[in-house]
Design a binder for this molecule. Structure first.
Ligand code: GBH
Length: 449
């Protein structure tokens, strides 16, 4: 069968991971800038304020994308660049940057995919409680309106939120991401609901005010990515894929069921009934308004077996297993199973909005970056994705994470996820071997896989 002829081949980034110029062009501080001032919060004491200098190099960066032959570019908007205080006055310099980015992309034939929220919150809103504040959905609505008014004449592909299980779970519960909180379950349930309302509000703004016909996705990673060992383990793997963990905000199913099925998982409603915030039918209608795509970020995963009691059991890692620089398993089978499980459950066309690996890359003696491991990773993952398509899973596009080596959140600049190598001292860019390999895959629409 093969991939659709209009398959979307792209690469992805997020504003605070690449832009830098953190205190230029009228941008204010974000939650992450201030978090990075806490000793020990970010590996190596790194700060996102410098990013990889994309704000200043935007035009030459787009030329690199052109050289890579990608058809689509997924990037996020920095809220503190647009509305420095989170609400109120709009920073025209900030809008100008994204206007120019969109124009430059369109000039070279690359379709922009815009993420509204990829984790950088204006510090001022963080000070007011961030996602715990019941005003958050209206702050988000106001911000989305500014962006949609400015860009929707040229942008028609949108992503509302990226991975709440990180910006709530890792951030408000596990103290790993900004702001490093450890909230109670009651507070987490409130933050979860406010977050879902934020998604609903953004979607509503796009549907109401977009000047061109919009396609919208919500983006989730599935934290319990599961691959069945044999046919008889398929049920068990599926159960684990959609399980509600004790740290419920870390469970993808909480968000995806609310958004794509219009209801929180029953287990959540019953187990936490005493601490849930008020959840109205109107809320759920807003949250579950139809979307065009199911956005999935896919990295590693586990092999799962059915235990004696029928419950899923994770198979321990085998000695010497293939792993990325971050010690995540190389598990290409997730590109078959997770995509299939999600499509069967939600029946919405899928966009793989992120997939990639951190590599131990450096510039070799001949001046090139021979990242054979990333090429093999990509090869295996994309082949499995194509098998899923061959088995009837409706996959519309693939975005590699990431275009550039960049600021990997609490790991700072210690990781390298890019198709393009960035010298973190000089900012100089060099396309890795994997970038050229990906260019050929894009050119052949995956036929050469
Ligand atoms: C994404 O989230 C982010 O959207 C992006 O900003 C970030 O830079 C990128 O990933 C790389 O970290 O079972 O092996 O997958 C992170 C998604 C999902 C990654 C759960 C870690 C657990 C390890 N996370 N995953 S694995």
């Amino acid at each position: 069968m093969g991939l659709r002829s209009d398959f979307i081949w792209g690469a992805a980034t997020a504003a605070i991971q690449i832009e830098g110029a953190g205190q230029e062009g009228g941008r204010s501080l974000s939650n992450w800038d201030v978090f990075s001032e806490i000793p020990g919060a970010i590996k190596g004491g790194d700060s996102p304020l410098e990013g990889v200098d994309h704000y200043r190099r935007m035009r030459s960066d787009v030329m690199l994308m052109k050289e890579l032959g990608i058809r689509a570019y997924r990037f996020s908007i920095s809220w503190p660049r647009i509305l420095p205080q989170g609400t109120g006055e709009v920073n025209q310099d900030g809008l100008r940057f994204y206007n120019e980015l969109v124009d430059t992309l369109l000039e070279v034939g690359i379709t922009p995919y815009v993420t509204l929220y990829h984790w950088d919150l204006p510090y001022n809103l963080h000070l007011q409680g961030g996602f715990l504040n019941p005003a958050m959905p209206s702050w988000m609505e106001n911000y989305a309106k500014v962006v949609v008014d400015a860009l929707s004449d040229r942008v028609s592909n949108w992503i509302t939120l990226n991975e709440p299980q990180c910006f709530l779970g890792l951030a408000y519960k596990d103290a790993v991401h900004a702001p490093g909180w450890r909230l109670s379950d009651r507070e987490m349930a409130l933050a979860v609901h406010n977050t879902l309302l934020c998604h609903g509000k953004i979607l509503h703004v796009i549907r109401t005010f977009a000047k061109t016909k919009a396609k919208v996705a919500f983006v989730q990673a599935t934290p319990f990515t599961s691959v069945p060992v044999t046919e008889k383990d398929i049920e068990a793997a599926r159960d684990r894929q959609f399980m509600l963990s004790d740290s419920f905000a870390n469970s993808g199913v909480l968000y995806t069921d609310a958004i794509y099925r219009g209801k929180y998982p029953d287990e959540y409603l019953s187990r936490y009934q005493d601490i849930l915030p008020v959840i109205t039918d109107d809320d759920m209608r807003l949250i579950s308004a139809p979307l065009d795509y199911f956005g999935l970020n896919l990295y590693g995963g586990d092999f799962v077996q059915r235990g004696v009691d029928g419950k899923p059991v994770v198979v321990p890692r085998i000695k010497g297993y293939a792993r990325t620089a971050l010690d995540w398993d190389v598990r290409p089978e997730i590109m078959y199973w997770t995509l299939k499980f999600c499509y069967e459950r939600y029946r919405v066309p899928i966009l793989v909005t992120e997939n990639g690996m951190s590599g131990n890359d450096w510039i070799h003696v001949d001046g090139h970056i021979h990242d054979a491991d990333r090429i093999d990773f990509l090869h295996r993952y994309l082949k499995c994705m194509r098998s899923a398509v061959d088995d009837g899973v409706d996959i519309r596009g693939y975005f590699h994470w990431s275009l550039f080596d960049n600021f990997e959140w609490s790991l700072g600049f210690a990781e390298r996820f890019g198709l393009v190598f960035v010298d973190y001292v000089t900012g100089e860019r060099t396309i890795k071997d994997s970038g050229y390999w990906y260019r050929d895959i894009v050119k052949s629409n995956g036929l050469s896989l």
